[in-house]
Design a protein around this ligand. Structure first.
Ligand SMILES: [Zn+2]
Length: 143
């Protein structure tokens, strides 16, 4: 499975919500993304659009696990911001300092399509905001 690289136009497209009946169809992509993350120690997260599937989901490494976040929505983000050095798997050899909320709370569906809440801080907060930007067609060099 190929990772889309900038300036591929698909990276600027908006991803669509995943409906329950479509869930089984994304399992293959979830499997592929999990393998990519496992094989690349320095990759933290990857979203569906980055392997060409315009659906709202991403996987992120967290506490020695790889979690799947389907249809993530930010419920709350802290006024407290922090500057993070960000890079993107789709934009090789590029990084930028980006100010984002230090804490966020999101809701999402897990692989069984149960609704879950996730509180993220620091790098995980920045990472999730980065992945949700991907779902809205925004890259770190678009700001
Ligand atoms: Zn990225």
């Amino acid at each position: 499975m190929n990772i889309l690289l900038y300036p591929n136009k698909n990276l600027n497209k908006k991803s669509k919500l995943i409906k329950y009946f479509f869930l089984k169809k994304i399992f293959f992509y979830i499997y592929e993304i999990r393998n990519i993350l496992l094989l690349n120690e320095n990759y933290l997260a990857l979203s569906g659009i980055q392997i060409g599937l315009k659906k709202r989901f991403f996987l992120m490494k967290y506490k020695k696990k790889i979690l799947t976040f389907i249809n993530p929505v930010i419920l709350w983000s802290s006024k407290k911001k922090e500057k993070f050095i960000e890079s993107c798997i789709s934009i090789p050899n590029f990084s930028v300092i980006k100010e984002r909320s230090k804490y966020i709370i999101i809701k999402y569906k897990n692989e069984e399509f149960y609704e879950r809440i996730f509180f993220a801080r620091n790098i995980f907060s920045s990472c999730i905001q980065h992945e949700i930007d991907h779902m809205n067609g925004i890259l770190i060099n678009n700001y």
